[in-house]
Design a protein. Structure first.
Length: 583
């Protein structure tokens, strides 16, 4: 960054050149008045909000980069100006800069030191000033005005950022209207980035160029309300240009079984089918290959289904709206399986960097052979221990900056039973996401050997803090009047079970079981170990006709292993139990 000029040097440039050009008159800056204005703004900062700065930030983006602000940049600079108690207008920002406010200078000058600035304006200051006038007013720069600012920048008397803001602050007549219209369109564009997909679409040089070209067409004659259709069209085109990458979730054919499909930026495809139609996603098979995607169509003639051995080879084709929807058909030997109505999983954001913190720790996982594996992840290192074979390797955040880890793992020798990848080095991907419905963190690792003749999927889930009850408790909601339930006697009950979730008002999360849904009561012998410990403890002493609510921690439930498609490692449970009879 250039050395900032002193307030003394500023006095020679205080009356800035107006944007319509021509007048190069220079006078003395009213520094005491400007300083007082800034102080007043600072004292009133608590009465302002970040949104009060959105217009001025958008105008700086328009003037300097010729494009709308992205949501992150808008929020960052608006909050920074709010914290400084800065003026809320371009004119006020310019005056504060020229009065020597170091904080305001730093905010303005950061535009000139950014990588985007270096990429956009690698040439002379003359080229830069041409761009500023074009960005702001959609017209050529005035000859005298441009010469004035180029000389000032060349001499080190002003920075590029200061020059851009100063030209905008001095706008007159029609130029003011054009700037305001561009800022209005830019604000609508930024507000329209209302999803992670649209945010992802507005990233990178190509997207910035498209937005810049859109904004360059705004003129004095533009109807900004009618122009909103152009904004929407531009965004739709940006979304359509996204790579097909993302995690899609849907149903497998008429079976209703869940499936997940991860498509990477290079077209690599990892598809997993689940064993169930309700509850958590429990993969029992892996599809892997590479898709060719063009104009919303995708196809592959070599998708390997790696659950059977040797692997079956499928053709796969269909329609894909990047990071929005995926519909296709798997074909083999004249038969077909539709993978329909897949959409991005709401709980997972593909467009953020993968974080080691999301997968670190101890996991109880199962693979497609239902082998129970204790997995530990520390940083990028992963180790797994099971009765059949062990493994170790690394999980590295993907270089693309997306929310996926590249997995490289080596399996040890077979110890017992079956281990399909014993003595092999394999590779694949890993990813994790949180499920608010079940208050859990889910973790998946998909792997294939070099020959793509076999593969494996590991899946684990951990109960989050809200899914862990502090202690066992039982609350009678109705005292029965019949026989007492005692150990060794058969007891007949009606019940409903939910996952415990302290974040919900009644602590009841997803329902996972109910005798009412089954259409018949449940019978067991109390104290015989036929049910979880929390039931043996919680039902004892009840009377026929009584109702009781049990909150059961994992230590008295299904422990670190969990059970079925709902109950994950260390999950706590809530049961409403009614005793309807004893024998």
């Amino acid at each position: 960054m250039k050395t900032l000029f002193t307030p003394f040097a500023l006095s020679g440039l205080a009356l800035m050149l107006t944007a319509c050009g021509g007048d190069t008159t220079i006078g003395a800056a009213p520094a005491p008045i400007v300083a007082a204005t800034v102080t007043s703004k600072q004292s009133a900062a608590q009465q302002l909000s970040a949104s009060d700065y959105h217009d001025v930030v958008q105008k700086i983006y328009v003037g300097y980069f010729g494009r709308p602000a992205d949501p992150g940049g808008l929020a960052f600079f608006a909050n920074r100006l709010l914290a400084l108690g800065a003026p809320t207008t371009v004119q006020g920002i310019s005056e504060a800069y020229r009065a020597g406010n170091a904080d305001i200078r730093q905010v303005v000058d950061v535009f000139g030191t950014s990588q985007e600035s270096a990429d956009l304006y690698p040439g002379t200051n003359s080229v830069f000033m041409d761009a500023v006038y074009r960005n702001l007013f959609s017209r050529q720069a005035d000859v005298d005005g441009k010469a004035f600012w180029v000389s000032a920048i060349d001499a080190g008397l002003v920075t590029r950022g200061d020059a851009a803001v100063s030209v905008m602050a001095g706008a007159q007549g029609a130029d003011i209207t054009v700037v305001n219209k561009k800022a209005s369109v830019a604000a609508f564009f930024t507000a329209s980035l209302s999803s992670s997909v649209k945010n992802a679409a507005y990233a990178g040089v190509a997207a910035n160029t498209a937005a810049r070209e859109m904004l360059s067409t705004v003129t004095l004659a533009t109807d900004t309300t009618a122009f909103q259709t152009t904004v929407s069209s531009t965004l739709n085109n940006l979304v359509a240009a996204l790579p097909p990458a993302g995690l899609y979730f849907g149903k497998l054919g008429s079976s209703g079984l869940y499936y997940q499909a991860m498509v990477l930026e290079n077209g690599q495809y990892f598809g997993m089918n689940s064993q169930g139609t309700v509850g958590h996603f429990l993969p029992v098979g892996l599809l892997q290959g590479t898709l060719g995607v063009s104009n919303g169509q995708f196809s592959s003639s070599d998708i390997r289904f790696l659950n059977p051995q040797p692997a079956d080879v499928y053709a796969y084709s269909g329609n894909l709206v990047p990071q929005t929807s995926m519909n296709g058909t798997l074909s083999i030997n004249g038969g077909s399986i539709p993978l329909a109505n897949a959409t991005p999983l709401a709980a997972y954001d593909f467009n953020v960097p993968a974080k080691a913190a999301d997968i670190e720790g101890a996991w109880t996982m199962r693979d497609v052979e239902s082998a129970l594996i204790t997995v530990n992840v520390t940083g990028t290192a992963i180790t797994g221990s099971a009765s059949n074979c062990n493994f170790s390797g690394t999980l590295t955040p993907r270089a693309s900056g997306k929310n996926v880890f590249d997995a490289v793992i080596t399996y040890g020798p077979l110890k017992a039973g079956q281990c399909r990848l014993a003595n092999q080095s394999v590779s694949g991907i890993a990813y994790a996401y949180s499920s608010s419905e079940f208050a859990t963190r889910q973790f998946f690792v998909a792997l294939t050997n070099t020959a793509r003749s076999t593969g494996n999927v590991l899946r684990g889930a951990q109960a989050q803090a809200s899914a862990i009850a502090p202690a066992f408790s039982m609350t009678d909601t109705l005292i029965g009047s019949g026989a007492v339930v005692t150990a060794g006697r058969p007891v007949i009950v009606q019940y409903t079970g939910w996952l415990y979730n302290a974040a919900l008002p009644n602590q009841r999360g997803a329902k996972f079981d109910s005798s009412f849904d089954a259409g018949m009561p449940f019978e067991f012998i109390l104290g015989a170990g036929q049910v979880i410990q929390g039931w043996d403890q919680g039902v004892a002493g009840m009377r026929v006709g009584g109702k009781r609510t049990l909150v059961i921690p994992a230590s008295l439930g299904y422990g670190a292993i969990g059970a079925g498609p709902f109950i994950v490692s260390n999950a706590s449970l809530v049961f409403d139990v009614e005793v309807v009879g004893v024998r």
